[in-house]
Design a protein around this ligand. Sequence first.
Ligand SMILES: Nc1ncnc2c1ncn2[C@@H]1O[C@H](COP(=O)(O)OP(=O)(O)OP(=O)(O)O)[C@@H](O)[C@H]1O
Ligand SMILES: [Mg+2]
Length: 219
Amino acid sequence: MKKMIVIEGLDGSGKATQAKLLAKSLQERGIKVREVSFPDYDSPSSALVKMYLKGEFGAKPGDVNAFAASAFYAVDRFASYKKNWQAAYAEGVIIADRYTTSNAIHQCSKLEPEKWDAYLDWLFDFEYEKLGIPKPDMVIYLRVDPEISQKLMSTRYEGHEEKKDIHEKDMDYLRRCQSAAGYCAQRLGWKVVECSAEGRMRSIESIQDDIRRLVDALL
Ligand SMILES: Nc1ncnc2c1ncn2[C@@H]1O[C@H](COP(=O)(O)OP(=O)(O)OP(=O)(O)O)[C@@H](O)[C@H]1O
Ligand SMILES: [Mg+2]
């Protein structure tokens, strides 16, 4: 089938949850599915990403510029593609929890909005053309109010705020990411699934229904 679907969203927006459910539902329909997730923390290819998120290059996201940070994440994707899912991509559906599109969101937030177009052109040329990793057929952006995703993450860390990484701790950074994500979604034709309503998350099942409708239209 050779399709790639990316589930994108800010930290704690439900990407892993929704990617897993989508994979299961496609498998039940007899479609060959491979789930991938980035960064690939189990692989040594994510070493620079880990150093960055731990704050080894500086305590603030902006201490590593957009292009350097993009390169850290991009080479991890290249390694994962080459080692793990190049063959699966040739014959099935890849569902990715984050991808190049995460660089778009997170690294745009470090740049002035008038520089976003030039950065995005650079990014997609770098990853899809120069590195040669697959270009997604559909990007589904799970939109959540940052206040709500922050709460979801605090629940996950059970009150241990110190376990959050340098992105997760920084509300201003998350807000800038959200605004960059809105821009990217519009410019790049991402499908937006609104995941919060009336100050709360919608149910996992109702979000999944929206996602499945979008995917049905693609496959
Ligand atoms: N619709 C929802 N309503 C309530 N809780 C949810 C919903 N979706 C996911 N969660 C919970 O929120 C937390 C974050 O979900 P998940 O790990 O899927 O998000 P993520 O986008 O992959 O996060 P990260 O970016 O940090 O990897 C989990 O504890 C999950 O069970
Ligand atoms: Mg996740």
